[in-house]
Design a protein around this ligand. Sequence first.
Ligand code: CP
Length: 301
Amino acid sequence: MRHLISADQLEREDIERLCDMADKIRENPQKFSKILSGKIVATLFYEPSTRTRLSFESAIMRLGGRIISTENASENSSGKKGETVSDTIRIVQSYADAIVIRHSDENSAENAVKVAEVPIINAGSGKNEHPTQALLDIYTFRSSKGHIDGLSVAMLGDLMYGRTSHSLVKLLGLYDDITIYELSDERLRLPEEYVTLMKSKGVKHVRCGSFDDIPRDVDVFYQTRVQKERMGEQADKLRTFDLTTSIMNKFSDDSIIMHPLPRNDEISIELDEDKRAMFFEQAKNGLYARMALLYEILFLG
Ligand code: CP
């Protein structure tokens, strides 16, 4: 793999291989601590981030590489002076061996690849995709539940503008006997192209009106934040389906709770101590999943 732009690029065997490598790195990080020695990776984040940027930067450094970074590229890079992303990529690739980019433009990563002579990794492209988040989400399913085939996943919140949901649906479509229960405001439902995709991949898709429509033994709750930054004032009028202790009491002790984070009010903090809460572990898994991806792209080449 040279670039990672979309979850469409990943096949089931790619995911298994990357997850196996993430496990190996987690078990023996010292063994991999110099593999990126001499490599420099640039992180260009035109949108805010805590987990993705810092876990990528930590992953690069833990593999022995170094980083150059624009923490707030829309303000602190020459993008502020009108430079196009394509021009910025043409310049930064002279300074780095790979570029990790997050941008509000849905085509940002694809456009970067068109001019790039170094690997490009999409760290979030508008409301479109977030493939490395989906990779760590699948890694978390595997670590927590032991399998992906046969999983039932309740997807909640903003499935219209939430790019993590889009990439995750694509990856789940690679597995057998998957059921997705969708519970969201009707204005935040998964876009039609993802519904069509699920149908073509044999994913069972159930639109729910309330928590009562989700089976008690659902395997995963995948909660998401309303992407206010993508919809303006409309966001305040939308119905959300927040997870609280009283809601979770209705579900199995084995149903795990995930969230790509950051969260607002959609998972109550009282659930942080619930043994089913997996969202902080999920964020930590991002480090290992991204180390595995960097190993493939930059070390194996
Ligand atoms: N999940 C995720 O993309 O988080 P950040 O916005 O903090 O990177």
